[in-house]
Design a protein around this ligand. Structure first.
Ligand code: AHM
Ligand code: MG
Length: 338
């Protein structure tokens, strides 16, 4: 018997204090939790159940889909479409929005998700994750459109991620701090293990894909150069570097011990007319909400991500997030122009 708080108990307790809460939201989060448990189970079994490798298809952004991308997307849809809480869903793996079928009741929420983020790591058995965000459906639940999804990150009702690592974890915010839960495989429940997660304001660790260095813009180049100069440089301290190529794992590290994660704008993306690498609605916004709720910062460079007005469902943006003082410094370099 465990005596810990399960994620469901935790959510019910949190919602109890909200006037007018009907239980819909609690029940929706519960379905998301179930989907993440199913995905965790598939990821854990890997090659044993034949889920590794390519699916032989591409998503809307022209990226090759892994079998697990497609399977995890199906799991998320099946778990969340039937209960009557959602009007529509949108996913990294689907070109268009997914309005809830009329065979089920349509509800007042919208769900966006990246079912399996960092999927280039699946076949090499490195951590991957699921990212999600919940919005209200502004146009009413009857005929949801893509436009209903185009809301600034500040409008999010909740956001979270599941990390499938050495242990599986769920990290959640409903705008009242950030809490982390660890999956107890024996009883199939996420148990509260990391209450009130907070990102230290200072850090000596940064994460960036340095293979893009020659394309970086001057503010990012300046920041990284100063970190690399170490004790002898203007920062007067040594920095460490990490790159997992799995945003969920990077954000989780930052929530645990601080740090900065950057997938910034660069000259190569600019040439291609691409707004960034990571997607605003189901990667950047939910992660920004979590990071800000844990006391960190999250910007494109000069701007706060959560204040961006989305223009497209699969819009990409530059992302710089993590320890507050470092993010402010990088924002300052952008505002100064380099
Ligand atoms: P994905 O959603 O296709 O998996 O791409 C997003 C991932 C992030 O998790 C990670 O930070 C980044 O892509 C890694 O990119 P790169 O391979 O360029 O280093
Ligand atoms: Mg992704």
């Amino acid at each position: 018997m465990h005596n810990g708080t399960t994620v469901t108990q935790f959510i019910i307790e949190e919602q109890r204090h909200i006037a007018g809460a009907t239980g819909d939201f609690t029940s929706l989060l519960n379905d998301i939790v179930t989907a993440c448990k199913v995905i965790s189970n598939m990821v854990n079994h890997g090659a044993l159940v034949g889920v590794l490798g390519s699916a032989g298809s591409e998503n809307v952004q022209g990226e090759t889909q892994k079998k697990l991308d497609v399977l995890a997307n199906d799991v998320f849809i099946r778990s969340n479409e039937w209960a009557g809480h959602l009007a529509a869903m949108a996913s990294e793996e689907m070109d268009e929005i997914y309005p809830i079928s009329k065979q089920y009741t349509r509800g007042k929420y919208l769900l966006t998700f990246d079912p399996l983020d960092g999927s280039s790591n699946i076949d090499v058995n490195v951590s991957v994750g699921t990212i999600f965000s919940i919005l209200r459906c502004p146009g009413g639940s009857e005929a949801p459109t893509e436009r209903d999804f185009l809301q600034a990150g500040t409008q999010q009702v909740a956001a979270g991620y599941a990390l499938y690592g050495p242990s599986s974890m769920m990290v959640l915010t409903t705008g009242n701090g950030v809490n982390g839960f660890t999956l107890d495989q024996n009883i199939g429940e996420f148990i509260l293990t990391h209450p009130k997660m907070e990102i230290p304001a200072d850090t000596q660790e940064f994460a960036i894909n340095a293979s893009n260095m020659r394309f970086w813009e001057s503010p990012v180049r300046r920041y990284v150069d100063e970190c690399l100069a170490g004790k002898e440089g203007p920062r007067g301290k040594d920095f460490n570097m990490r790159w997992i190529a799995s945003m969920v794992a990077e954000v989780h590290r930052i929530l645990t011990r601080g740090g900065v994660f950057m997938y910034p704008m660069d000259a190569k993306m600019k040439d291609k007319g691409q707004g960034g690498k990571l997607r605003l609605l189901y990667e950047a916004n939910p992660m920004s909400f979590i990071v800000e709720q844990a006391g960190g910062g999250s910007i494109t460079g000069a701007q706060r991500i959560m204040e961006l007005q989305p223009e497209q469902l699969h819009q990409r943006v530059p992302v710089i997030l993590g320890s507050r003082n470092e993010v402010e410094r990088i924002q300052g370099y952008h505002l100064e122009g380099g």
